[in-house]
Design a protein around this ligand. Structure first.
Ligand SMILES: Cc1cc2nc3c(=O)[nH]c(=O)nc-3n(C[C@H](O)[C@H](O)[C@H](O)COP(=O)(O)OP(=O)(O)OC[C@H]3O[C@@H](n4cnc5c(N)ncnc54)[C@H](O)[C@@H]3O)c2cc1C
Length: 415
């Protein structure tokens, strides 16, 4: 494609920002592309942080790019550089050190940062969030000095921490506020399957409770006390209680911001020269005809690819079905498309077998399949995605389960 040379600045070098930067250069080799990385690393695989935490892979296996590769691809990568301000009139972003970077098109792909844990003892050395490579290194160092651990949070990050702690042989307690894991996504049967899988691994799961205080010994954690009177040994504590999205730049630009940055179906914000992609984009989703936000790697990569084309002048519409696949205490959890987590009004069809620890839920909106959650190996994923993408009404909902294989057969997976 031919396009005038233009200056593109991309803030955030995660999956969305890096993919966008590289695709802009690929499609327009004359373009001037600056990719600003708040962290001191080129793109690394955030999805691989849990297996790095478990000790299954080395740090080098987590890295996905080097500065040299970006240079070869024609991307000017600025590491360890934080964009603090943006000037809509001058069309420049400004680094913390005061350096100005002019743009014709700006992409905000800044993701989010963990919500802080606000309780006494949360500032002890040995209490960690789990979002970045540096967090993971800190956790690993502390795990090596620990015998017991508490994971806080009933969502994906809480699970990943509980899984890693138990995998590393620590006596592990997993505490959550709700009565089951992912209470907005799984129904009680799905929650019970996860509970069985966790207990099979020796994890002590505490429901309907929350930490009140992290009590320290010599400046490091010793135990976590809870509002229901629990007292759980913890040499290390990890927490995951949601993300706050980096929307400050969008706010400075006067863009429409809700939980994250509002875009249209082309990932364009209310300023025609400014786009948002990845976790930080609350994009107009044509599958459900409303705004939507996805915290998945696939979504970030697909956003990056599409937004690159649109920043170069195209008008493509985002129609991908995002997927989130992770291990689940020796099994697998796969989440496809839309779920009640984002849209509580979706209808649900469920199939469950507690003996084989398998669970499937299909989600429907106005008679169409829009999403699914599967515990156990996900067979037939492409078919399910095709049905979702077709946006055709589904006559026989239960027949869709046949695409996923028998639920009575147990599976043993390596994690
Ligand atoms: C531990 C963990 C496990 C996960 N597991 C899975 C999984 O199994 N499957 C899955 O699909 N997804 C998973 N995810 C989610 C997935 O990693 C994210 O959805 C995806 O990485 C988001 O990519 P992004 O490019 O939108 O944002 P990010 O990867 O968050 O990148 C944004 C970058 O922008 C930087 N930044 C922010 N503001 C500024 C600024 N002002 N100036 C400069 N830089 C800035 C940030 O520091 C960050 O490096 C996991 C996430 C975590 C943390």
């Amino acid at each position: 494609m031919t396009a005038e040379p233009r200056r593109f600045v991309i803030v955030g070098n995660g999956a969305a920002g890096t993919t966008a930067a590289e695709h802009i250069r690929k499609n327009d080799p004359e373009s001037d592309v600056t990719l600003v990385a708040g962290e001191p690393y080129p793109l690394y695989n955030r999805v691989a942080l849990p297996i790095f935490l478990r000790g299954r892979v080395q740090e080098r296996n987590v890295m996905m790019r080097t500065a040299e590769v970006e240079e070869k691809r024609g991307v000017r990568l600025l590491l360890d550089t934080w964009i603090e301000a943006v000037d809509a009139k001058e069309k420049t972003v400004v680094t913390r050190e005061g350096r100005e970077l002019p743009y014709d098109r700006l992409l905000i792909a800044t993701g989010g940062t963990p919500k802080p844990l606000a309780l006494p003892g949360a500032d002890l050395h040995g209490v960690y969030q789990f979002q970045t490579l540096d967090d993971t290194k800190d956790l690993i160092a502390r795990i090596q000095e620990s015998r017991s651990a508490v994971a806080l949070g009933g969502s994906y990050i809480g699970y990943e921490l509980a899984e890693a702690f138990s995998h590393r042989g620590l006596h592990t307690t997993w505490i959550m506020r709700g009565d089951r894991f992912l209470r907005r996504l799984l129904d009680p049967d799905g929650g019970r399957v996860v509970d069985l899988l966790a207990r099979d691994r020796g994890v002590c799961v505490v429901y309907n409770d929350w930490s009140e205080e992290i009590r320290g010994r010599n400046g490091v954690p010793g135990c976590v006390t809870t509002v229901n009177g629990g007292d759980y040994a913890a040499d290390v504590v990890g927490y995951g209680i949601g993300l706050d999205y980096y929307t400050e730049l969008a706010q400075q630009l006067g863009l429409e911001v809700d939980k994250a940055i509002i875009t249209d179906e082309h990932l364009r914000t209310s300023n025609p020269d400014v786009y948002a992609a990845g976790d930080v984009a609350q994009f107009y989703d044509v599958i459900i005809n409303q705004h939507n936000q996805m915290g998945t790697w696939d979504n970030a990569v697909s956003h990056g690819r599409l937004v690159a084309q649109n920043m170069l002048g195209q008008n493509l519409i985002y129609t991908e079905v995002p997927t989130y696949v992770t291990t689940m205490f020796g099994s697998r959890l796969s989440v496809l498309g839309l779920t009640p987590e984002q849209h509580p009004e979706l209808e649900r069809e469920v199939q469950v077998n507690f003996d084989t620890r398998k669970y499937r839920a299909l989600f429907f909106y106005q008679g169409r399949l829009v999403g699914a959650v599967i515990i156990g190996v996900l067979k037939g994923r492409r078919k399910i995605e095709e049905v979702i993408k077709s946006r055709e009404p589904v006559e026989n909902r239960r027949a869709l389960f046949d695409l996923l294989g028998p639920i009575e057969e147990p599976e043993v997976l390596e994690d």
